[in-house]
Write a protein that binds this ligand. Structure first.
Ligand code: SF4
Length: 203
């Protein structure tokens, strides 16, 4: 069982969001407060994909509004991208947790739970068709690039993928040698790359 049977016939961000609210494609919906679907610009050039909502996101019903969201906001600000101009989502749309007293402790989703939820992410990719994807962590990277992906070996590196059209051949990762550019130059380079992926605002 997975999310497939809950897919709407006509796919738009609105119909997907509404349908996902009633998803019972795996057991994770039961203890969670609500589905936390992706948010952002419909035709965003940049899509960011995290693992799953946390405690704050589960209560608010919104993506990346907790501590990780604050870090994401800072990172976007540093490269000159407005959050409103990107599309942000998670691989798994319900919060998985273990209760310890009054606290709800995040639990990493299992492969079967990720697989069950993937139809939603694939549908988001189909609708938004981003030019570039930023995969925030190993769960997102392995869900989209395969289980063989190793975050430790590829962290921060641009990767060619049929999931997005932006070519990393025009991009470089931050050098780690003594020949690395000064931070100010590196930030400027990041801004140029960000500009290449910068979203077109709806007119
Ligand atoms: S985690 Fe995904 S597949 Fe499972 S119930 Fe929630 S939306 Fe459906």
């Amino acid at each position: 069982m997975d999310a497939t049977e809950f897919m709407p016939a006509r796919k738009s961000l609105k119909t997907l969001r509404e349908a996902a609210a009633g998803c019972r494609g795996c057991h994770l919906y039961a203890p969670a407060t609500q589905t936390v679907f992706g948010e952002g610009l419909k035709r965003a050039r940049l899509m960011m994909v995290g693992e799953m909502p946390g405690d704050r996101e589960d209560r608010a019903g919104k993506v990346f509004v907790g501590p990780a969201g604050r870090e994401l906001d800072k990172a976007l600000e540093r490269v000159g991208i407005a959050r409103a101009d990107v599309y942000i989502t998670n691989v798994v749309k319900h919060f998985k947790f273990e209760e310890r007293g009054k606290r709800r402790i995040h639990q990493k989703p299992k492969k079967g739970e990720v697989d069950a939820c993937m139809p939603w992410l694939r549908a988001e990719l189909d609708v938004v068709r981003p030019r570039a994807l930023v995969l925030l962590g190993a769960t997102a990277a392995q869900a989209l690039l395969g289980p063989g992906f190793r975050l430790t070996a590829s962290r921060g590196r641009p990767i060619e993928s049929e999931l997005a059209s932006f070519s990393p051949r025009t991009c470089e990762s931050r050098p780690s040698t003594s020949r690395a550019p000064r931070p100010s130059r590196w930030r400027a380079r990041c801004r140029r790359r960000a500009a290449a992926c910068a979203p077109r605002r709806a007119r």
